[in-house]
Design a protein around this ligand. Structure first.
Ligand code: HEC
Length: 292
């Protein structure tokens, strides 16, 4: 399941509307958008755009085998090294933002934050075809429908080949990728970031939350909608004792049957940092318009 999907419902209308606009444009003779095309944005403004052929030319494709968290089995894809794909749109020195924040934007409006330095590692790939359906890397892309909703994952699908990288909450696996936006995290989530003068522990806790929790949880109404908001109207640290929060985060199913995954990889220091972040955010409450 695309657990982050809860927030997508509202986009259905937007996508339907966009489809209508495209249909109207098409009827007036406008050129249909080439689906196998990747847009590169900086703070939402387009800085480059490359078709699949150009990307295949610049970034030699490889057959990559992954333990796929959406198909729930081993899959092989034709894929391009993500570091190379990034460099095609954000050449140096703009890739000086190598440790910067990216938003991976899908065709239906779904947005997944990702860190550029993580996406630049050799285990990150941008898949463009299912290698079980397409014999050669240069052939027209074909895909097996993905997810419970049986969607076409093209034009691009971010995949990870490293051991233990098949958790889509800790590593971004967005499908239907159409754009990569190099922009600070707070452009999309202004009320989720701690104060500029926050302590190192708070900053580390924020980093953990951003990388491992925000796909399901919001703070101040910003973020995922699978799990509850952890800050408003009451912060989790205001109604649960710290020890219970720590135990819950590590092993939620020891409390109740729930879809929240266990986090046994988090050490005591990580939990200290997460709690420091929660406490800091309890001082920075912002009730979203819709909840007022
Ligand atoms: C796959 C989605 C998912 C991810 C990822 C996730 N959670 Fe949760 N979380 C949930 C759901 C769903 C609940 C509600 C569970 C319940 O009520 O039994 C929950 C509940 C909680 C609660 C208890 C809230 C309450 O008031 O009882 C805390 C605390 C929490 N999550 C923290 C975290 C932290 C910290 C992370 C990241 C390390 C995280 N969660 C990652 C889905 C997720």
């Amino acid at each position: 399941m695309r657990a982050e999907g809860g927030g997508r419902a509202g986009w259905v209308l937007a996508v339907a509307a966009a489809g209508l606009v495209l249909a109207v444009l098409g009827a007036r003779g406008g050129r249909a958008a080439n689906p196998a095309e990747l847009r590169y944005l900086e703070r939402g403004r387009e800085v480059a755009r490359h078709g699949l052929d150009a990307l295949r030319e610049a970034c030699p494709p490889q057959r990559v085998v992954v333990d796929d968290p959406y198909y729930l089995r081993t899959k092989s894809f034709w894929a391009l090294p993500a570091a190379c794909v990034l460099a095609q749109g954000f050449p140096p020195p703009s890739s000086a933002a190598r440790d910067g924040n990216l938003f991976l934007r899908a065709a239906d409006g779904y947005v997944r934050p990702a860190r550029a330095d993580v996406l630049g590692t050799p285990d990150a790939w941008v898949a463009y075809a299912d290698a079980a359906l397409v014999d050669t890397p240069g052939a027209p892309p074909r895909w097996e429908p993905i997810d419970r909703r049986k969607l076409d994952p093209g034009p691009f699908y971010v995949i990870w080949s490293g051991a233990e990288q098949n958790d889509p909450h800790r590593f971004p696996w967005p499908y239907q990728l159409v754009a990569i936006d190099l922009a600070p995290f707070d452009t999309e989530y202004p009320h989720l970031v701690p104060a500029p003068d926050a302590s190192p522990a708070v900053v580390r806790g924020f980093g953990l939350f951003r990388d491992q929790c925000v796909s399901c949880h919001s703070m101040n109404g910003e973020g995922g909608t699978v799990g509850p908001d952890l800050n408003v109207p009451q912060s989790i640290v205001e109604y649960r004792p710290a020890e219970q929060i720590r135990a819950f985060i590590r092993d939620p199913r020891s409390f109740r049957l729930t879809s929240m995954p266990a986090n046994r990889h988090l050490g005591n220091g990580d939990l200290d940092d997460l709690l420091a972040y929660f406490r800091a955010m309890a001082e920075r409450k912002h009730l979203p318009e819709t909840a007022r």
